[in-house]
Structure formats: structure tokens, C-alpha cells
Design a protein around this ligand. Structure first.
Ligand code: PMP
Length: 363
């Protein structure tokens, strides 16, 4: 059985859209795409009168080098969000198929599945936010086409070991595609599951430039997988997913100076994460700080609503994650600059028990 047997059968015979830029590029006079012959006003738009390359080779190659794979094993799109959506659409038949997720986890897996009218089966993480492998495997019915693992997990911050990922992959062979979301892996000590792709054709890994590479605004994310899965995703991708200025920003970020900057910022985040964790657990009103391998901390408070409001009054916005199971008393705080982090601590330090009650009354 090939991993493509898990995909929607009608897509195998789909005639993909053939864009003008795919059919021909590089001529001196380009009159095949109904573009404007004139560049737009303003430096930011230089070259934008032309449609961009759907999968630009220099960016594919730079990302393939970064992740240690071949360019044909990588799809690059508008953030890993787009890759999640395309995976669900490629593998799940509306009204018939399903995905498995482990709540509390990143919301887009379920949202994309619901948009596609695929069922969402929940196999919750264990109490300590580790992967509950027996529960996960028990949730895999014949309708399940995709199993999502998020490591480090958003919003808990905990990682899954490569050995556990491999154990799940072994159990899912010929049953479902295992999608490992590594949006935050650069902040962790765990090795990437990309190393497993050569041995398991049914593993796909999501990576992004939105976090460690400081490019959330450029929307550049990758799907790394078996080349047949990538070819299928490319057949259903939108005609021109990657805006020209975003590709230029990504290439600059992946240059040698860009890599040095990313490494330096990752080191600061890791050091500040440890500092914030130590400092936060010592504060009154803080029940616990979950161990995190990502660039954020999930923090349990006696009164998370009051803390949220107090930070907001000071112009500091954190994420209220109380709607997630097992996190009903928690806020998720991204690690900022040392200065920003110090401001968070200063506000929490001054938030006495009385203040907390007063802030609560003002909600
Ligand atoms: N996966 C996880 C776990 C995330 O937290 C996020 C963004 N918050 C994404 C994927 C999407 O990232 P992007 O689309 O910016 O690549």
C-alpha cells in the first residue's frame, strides 16, 4: 500500500490548474498572464506587476538545506496553516473521514477539519500533558486519515520524544498519515521528526518561519514529507501562494547573517524562558508554570482573569487559554525581549492579594 492510497481518490485523476507562470517563465517579453506591463508605484512593490513563481526554487532549496531534505520533499506555502488546510483537503473526504487530535492543542487542525466537514476525534493528552499513546491509538478508527501531533505542543509547551513519535508511526502504517507539527522545535532540544521521513512514507512534518525565524508577517511555512505526498499537495495548492516580497524576506532571513540572528534570538528566548519560569513560580498567586520547550510559558494562576486584566491595563497582552481543557486557570505568556519580560514580572510582583481582588471586581 502506498501512502497515496490514503488520499482522496478523486484527486488522483484531478486535472490541476495550470498557471501561466508554471507553463512558461523567463521570456524577455511576457504576454501570457494578463499582467500589467508596468511596475507598481513604490519600492515595496518592485517586480509585483508579475505573478510570482508558485514554488520558487531558491527558497525551496534554502529550506531544503535548512531541514536536510531534497527540494521535492518540501512544499512551501502561506504559513504552516496553509499546509494544514491542504493536508486535510487532500486526505479527508467530506462527511466520511476523520482526523485525530490531542487536546489541549493548536486549534487549526480541528478548524480545518470542520471546514472540510471531516470529523474531529479527540484523544486528550495525559494529565501531565504527555502523549497518551494507548488512548491515541485506540481513537484511530478506519475513518481516520490524519493524526496530528504537536511538538512542542501549543499551548502546553511540552515536547514528544522522537521514540514516541516513531512508536505512533509504526502503529499507523497503512492506516493514517502522521502529521508532526514542529512550529516551535527550534526552541527545544528534541531532534526533528524529519529524520524519520526516510523510513516512514506516512510521516509529514510541518515547519514554519513564523516563530524562531521572526517572519510571522511574511507567512512562510513548509510541509516536509515523502515526495509523492508533496506532489499531491502541489496539485491542489492555490496558483500563486507565495507573494514576491515575502519570498525575498524569507531568503534574507535564511542567509548567513539571518541564520546568525535567528540563533542569537533563540538563545535569548531559551535563557529568558528559564529565567521567567524561575521568577514566575516564586510569585504569590502563581500556582504553577508548565515546563516548556517552546517560546512561551503556560502559567497557572489563582486568579487568571484578574492577572489578564491587570496586564492589559499595563498595555501587555497575553493569551487567555482558560477555554482549553486542563488549562482553566492558565494564561499563555510569550517570551519577549528581556525588557518586556521584566515588565511582566514587575506588574505581577506588585499585584498583591488586595489588588487582585480589586481588579477582579472591575472585570
Ligand atoms: N502550528 C502551531 C503549533 C502554531 O502554534 C501555529 C501558530 N500559532 C501554527 C502551526 C501556524 O503557524 P504559521 O501558519 O504562522 O506557520
Amino acid at each position: 500500500m502506498s501512502v497515496l492510497d490514503l488520499a482522496r481518490p478523486e484527486l488522483r485523476t484531478l486535472q490541476p490548474y495550470s498557471s501561466a507562470r508554471m507553463e512558461a517563465s523567463g521570456g524577455q517579453i511576457m504576454l501570457n498572464a494578463n499582467e500589467s506591463a508596468w511596475e507598481p508605484t513604490g519600492e515595496a512593490g518592485a517586480g509585483c506587476n508579475r505573478y510570482p513563481d508558485p514554488q520558487p526554487q531558491p527558497l525551496l532549496q534554502a529550506l531544503a538545506n535548512l531541514y536536510g531534505v531534497q527540494a521535492e520533499q518540501l512544499f512551501v506555502g502561506r504559513g504552516s496553516d496553509e499546509a494544514i488546510d491542504l493536508l486535510v483537503r487532500a486526505f479527508c473526504r467530506a462527511g466520511q473521514d476523520a482526523i485525530v487530535i490531542q487536546p489541549p492543542t493548536f486549534g487549526m487542525y480541528a478548524v480545518c477539519a470542520r471546514i472540510q466537514n471531516a470529523a474531529v476525534i479527540e484523544a486528550p493528552l495525559a494529565e501531565d500533558f504527555s502523549l497518551d499513546i494507548p488512548a491515541l491509538l485506540a481513537a484511530v478508527t478506519p475513518a481516520v486519515k490524519l493524526v496530528f501531533l504537536c511538538t512542542p505542543n501549543n499551548p502546553s509547551g511540552r515536547s514528544i520524544s522522537c521514540a514516541d513519535i516513531e512508536q505512533v508511526a509504526q502503529a499507523l502504517a497503512d492506516k493514517a498519515l502522521l502529521v508532526v507539527d514542529e512550529a516551535y522545535i527550534e526552541f527545544s532540544d528534541q531532534p526533528s521528526a524529519i529524520g524519520l521521513i526516510a523510513r516512514y512514507e506516512h510521516i509529514a512534518v510541518l515547519r514554519t518561519l513564523s516563530k524562531a525565524w521572526a517572519l510571522a508577517g511574511a507567512r512562510i511555512g513548509s510541509l516536509v514529507a515523502n515526495s509523492e505526498v508533496i506532489a499531491l499537495i502541489r496539485r491542489i495548492m492555490p496558483p500563486y501562494p507565495l507573494p514576491l516580497p515575502c519570498v525575498a524576506a524569507a531568503l534574507a532571513a535564511l542567509s548567513l547573517p539571518g541564520q546568525a540572528a535567528a540563533r542569537a534570538h533563540i538563545a535569548i528566548v531559551r535563557e529568558q524562558r528559564a529565567f521567567m519560569r524561575r521568577s514566575l513560580v516564586a510569585l504569590p498567586g502563581v500556582r504553577a508554570v508548565l515546563p516548556s520547550d517552546a517560546n512561551f510559558l503556560a502559567v497557572r494562576f489563582d486568579d487568571a482573569a484578574a492577572v489578564y486584566q491587570r496586564l492589559l491595563q499595563a498595555g501587555i497582552v497575553v493569551r487567555d487559554v482558560r477555554r482549553y481543557p486542563k488549562l482553566q486557570d492558565a494564561l499563555r505568556i510569550t517570551i519577549g525581549t528581556p525588557d518586556e519580560n521584566a515588565k511582566v514580572l514587575a506588574i505581577l510582583e506588585h499585584m498583591t492579594a488586595d489588588d487582585r481582588r480589586a481588579a477582579d471586581g472591575s472585570v
